[in-house]
Design a binder for this molecule. Structure first.
Ligand code: NCD
Length: 339
């Protein structure tokens, strides 16, 4: 795809080559993401970060990524603080906001809403999550993490075995991840969920159409055996009809050290888009795994910065200009990335 000036709404936009291009640019961003080096390539540019659903890491990492490229960030985080609360349409809202900003990231509870917003936006719009539909930047950082985690075993993404676990019906991060994975070859995919929370049929069909081996499990311990990647997700309680309905699934599938050690291979990498639900009754990913070297969840969040910087740099066409304004830093916090 031609990234320059494009909206990023769905992973369906990306070919395998596009994914490789994003990852190559993300690698270039690492010293800037770590603030070992500084660039002001987006000086004077404004990102409007519009988050109409709860978010910490996606909102903050998009904002920090833009700041790390030298741009400024304006944020609105609640519907009630925006004119949408006065009945303004997404189309009007986009017309107005795009007059004030150079790029917009939006998260919204309704499926398709970010695409609708983008129709009248005069600047690029990036989907930060639209209901249960998609979360493209999360899928990119997940796949980038998978590639990095497997690098030491000489494995690429082709041929990997992955189990996705939890609320597969409502989890937009894994919807995007499964679609993005589908452009690679020969994958073995375990879809592990309680009954009634299975992956939407259209996504399973995409995986079948591309000849991947897909197996559905309703039993946790069977589903997590013989995989390279274990991708755990939270029950998306906010998408259920009622809290009572959501409570039926709370704590049903839990990964802890004992289950992991007994059923996974010694090198199985553990991932989670976060937040994990650490309340006593839920615990889909127990803290007793926190010191385990195969737990990649915080390396995964670190990767969110350089992946999002890469998206901004590609869409705003500054990849080749980053070096022009690059400087070494005089002060550094000394914080290292997770390893
Ligand atoms: C996910 C989301 O919001 O879709 N979180 C995230 O963006 N990292 C997953 C979740 O909320 O469970």
């Amino acid at each position: 795809m031609d990234f320059v000036g494009s909206h990023i709404l769905s992973v369906a936009q990306f070919s395998r080559l596009d994914v490789e291009r994003i990852f190559a640019v993300a690698d270039l961003m690492v010293p800037f993401a770590n603030r070992r080096r500084i660039t002001s390539v987006l000086e004077g540019a404004i990102l409007s970060n519009m988050f109409f659903e709860p978010s910490t890491r996606t909102r903050v990492s998009f904002g920090c990524a833009f700041n790390r490229l030298g741009g400024d960030v304006r944020e609105t985080t609640e519907v009630k603080a925006s004119a949408i609360a006065k009945g303004e349409s997404l189309h009007d809202f986009a017309r107005v906001l795009s007059g004030y900003s150079d790029i917009i990231v939006m998260r919204h509870p309704t499926e398709g809403s970010v695409a609708e917003f983008s129709e009248t936006s005069r600047v690029p719009v990036i989907n930060g999550g639209d209901g249960a539909n998609e979360h493209p930047s999360q899928a990119l950082l997940d796949l980038y993490t998978i590639q990095k985690e497997l690098a030491s075993t000489q494995k690429g993404i082709d041929g990997i075995r992955i189990a996705v676990v939890g609320d597969l019906k409502n989890g937009r991060a894994l919807h995007s991840l499964l679609k993005l994975l589908s452009v690679f070859n020969n994958l073995q995919i375990h879809l592990v969920s309680p009954p009634n929370l299975e992956t939407p049929e259209d996504i399973v069909q995409i995986l079948h159409d591309r000849n991947h081996r897909v197996e559905v499990f309703h039993n946790l311990t069977e589903g997590i055996e013989h995989v390279d990647i274990l991708y755990v997700t939270r029950t998306q309680e906010e998408r259920f009809e009622s809290q009572q309905d959501a409570d039926r699934y709370r704590g049903l599938f839990r990964i802890n050290r004992q289950i992991y050690t007994q059923h996974c291979e010694p090198n199985t990498v553990i991932m989670h888009p976060l937040p994990r639900d650490s309340r006593e009754e839920a615990q889909e990913l127990d803290e007793d795994l926190d010191e385990h070297p195969n737990l990649a969840i915080f390396r995964q969040t670190d990767n969110g910065i350089n992946i999002r910087m890469a998206l901004f740099a590609l869409v705003m066409n500054v990849v080749d200009h980053i070096e022009d304004s690059a400087r070494e830093v005089r002060w550094h916090s000394g914080v290292q990335q997770h390893n």
